[in-house]
Design a protein around this ligand. Structure first.
Ligand code: PEP
Ligand code: MN
Length: 365
């Protein structure tokens, strides 16, 4: 490495330090379009003093051929220029071994794997191998479809190759249901990933969840309330004329305004009175959970007795009418105590499956 290069690297942003900041804010255009667009967006973002990493899409995965597929390698030199001007580290999406190679050549500080790559184990394997032994941190977005194992598998594949998976990005899941969001957030899947990989940074990409500007603020606030470490959000100096995702990008000025309105929360506090009160509530929850589980155990032993009865009288396990009655009653009761009918349905389904399982064992004795 030439002396001058060594110097730039030594003086450049330390990505690990930057990634330890909370909230971690990554922002920049969906796509790098022109040098002017990328540089002016990055400079304005840096002026907010709130953005930690500049993002830009260099290679864009398009649903239909003929769409804007990204500017390719030339965008990387603009991004390097933006990094030098702002002293902020940069990140791009990589989907092939070549993307990884070019990005490292142009000193991109952090890489992310997009939703359409996470979904494909062949692509993931290629990217993971290209990252073999590379120290550059990698973030893995959730796969397009709500398949937790694909997401976990992508993280494991990269880790197996000795690369540095540092974080996860929830960008929502595509479903048939048309609704408020372009991609359903399905927060519980991100929470389960955090449970499995507690050491990883978890950030939210409200832009791809929302698909429009109106609900961005609400989604960011919800992610922070849930304990996410930060966000990756698309911004553009002139969103209406963006070459991709024009409906969901916001100006750096609007981003600054939104960030000022968010109520930032931390996971814990040293304040004693708060911690004591919290501990008391938690004890109550633990006791209630224990009680509910014992009750469920009792419920199942009664189901077993019914099973014996049915067996001895040659009666089938399932009686549809009886089950419909139970569900209707549970929904009504649930509503009275503030439980959604959706939750009651899921809960009662689980109870029913377990109950049939117990009765089946009795039948086969
Ligand atoms: C992006 O971040 O520009 C992008 C293509 O996102 P995703 O992979 O979530 O669709
Ligand atoms: Mn986009």
């Amino acid at each position: 490495m030439k002396e001058a290069e060594k110097l730039t690297k030594a003086n450049g942003p330390n990505i690990l330090n930057v990634l330890s900041k909370r909230p971690l804010i990554i922002s920049g255009p969906c796509s790098a379009e022109t040098e002017e667009q990328l540089i002016s967006t990055a400079v304005r973002l840096a002026q907010t003093g709130r953005v930690n990493v500049i993002r830009a899409g260099i290679w864009k995965p398009r649903t239909h051929p003929g769409g804007f597929e990204g500017v390719g390698v030339s965008g990387l030199s603009w991004l390097l220029k933006a990094k030098k001007l702002t002293a902020l580290p940069t990140t791009v999406e990589v989907a092939t071994a070549k993307h990884v190679e070019y990005s490292l050549q142009f000193e991109v500080d952090m890489l992310w794997v997009g939703a359409r790559t996470t979904v494909n184990p062949f692509s993931m394997q290629e990217v993971a191998q290209a990252l073999h032994g590379v120290q550059t941190p990698v973030f893995v977005k959730n796969p397009v479809n709500p398949d937790l194992e694909l997401w976990a598998g992508a993280v494991e594949r990269i880790a197996c190759c000795g690369a540095k998976v540092m974080g996860l990005v929830l960008r929502g899941f595509s479903t048939f249901a048309s609704g408020e969001y372009r991609n359903q957030p399905m927060w519980h899947l991100a929470i389960e990933m955090k449970r499995r990989f507690p050491e990883l940074i978890m950030i939210c990409d409200p832009s791809h969840i929302c698909g429009q500007r109106e609900s961005l603020q609400k989604v960011i606030q919800h992610s922070i309330d849930l304990g996410f470490d930060g966000i990756m959000i698309e911004s553009h100096i002139d969103p209406k004329n963006a070459w991709s995702d024009a409906n969901q990008q916001i100006t750096p000025a609007l981003l600054e305004q939104m960030l000022n309105q968010i109520i930032w929360r931390k996971e814990s506090t040293p304040e004693q009175a708060f911690n004591i009160a919290l501990e008391k509530f938690r004890e109550q929850i633990t006791q209630l959970d224990d009680y509910i589980i014992s009750l469920l155990g009792q419920r199942m032993s009664i189901a077993e007795k019914i099973g014996q009865f049915k067996r001895d009288n040659q009666i089938t396990i399932l009686q549809a009418n009886r089950w419909n009655e139970i569900i209707a009653r549970a929904k009504k009761h649930g509503e009275m105590v503030g439980l959604s009918t959706e939750f009651i349905s899921r809960y009662m389904d689980a109870v029913h499956i377990e109950s049939i399982h117990h009765q089946n064992q009795i039948m086969n004795e």
